[in-house]
Design a protein around this ligand. Structure first.
Ligand SMILES: [Zn+2]
Length: 163
């Protein structure tokens, strides 16, 4: 009897002799997580699978008009949670875009002890010896960056600056 540790719940499970590559136990939450990961991976790697999934969801929505409106009305907590998670995804994407579209060649922590913030410090900031830059990321919603632009990202940001 071969025992293996589940990569999700960390519990030991008995390995099936028919599936020697098995890394996840048969518990429902672990299997659900495994399927979800597989689907995300397939969506990321398989260019033909993406439009198939998109069209399938589109057809389903066309055959079930009003479903999502009723769902949102019935589950306000889910709506709230989804909104919060979407805001976090948007923020993460904005930070990624910012990191890929700035002129800084070397992002690292700075030992400067004085930071001047706010619009009133413009003249002061131009006439001091502090060798640091501070990026202030505001939380207000912003027009999303076009995805075509992000496909041309360069690690150094230098090509984006020339465009
Ligand atoms: Zn498990």
């Amino acid at each position: 009897m071969d025992l293996r540790c589940c990569r999700f719940c960390q519990r030991q499970f008995e390995l099936s002799r028919f599936h020697p590559e098995q890394t996840v136990c048969s518990d429902k939450p672990c299997q659900r997580q495994r399927r979800s990961e597989n689907r995300k991976q397939k969506l990321a790697l398989d260019a033909e699978y993406r439009p198939v999934c998109r069209d399938s969801a589109r057809k389903w929505r066309a055959n079930h008009p009003g479903y999502w409106k009723q769902y949102r009305a019935a589950k306000p907590n889910a709506v709230k949670r989804n909104r919060t998670q979407q805001q976090q995804r948007d923020l993460r994407q904005r930070l990624t875009d910012l990191a890929n579209h700035n002129l800084a060649l070397n992002l690292k922590s700075c030992a400067a002890g004085v930071w001047l913030l706010g619009p009133a410090t413009t003249d002061l900031a131009n006439n001091n010896l502090a060798a640091t830059q501070v990026f202030i990321l505001q939380g207000s919603p912003r027009k999303p960056v076009l995805r075509e632009v992000s496909c041309k990202q360069h690690p150094s940001g230098s090509s984006a600056a020339l465009a």
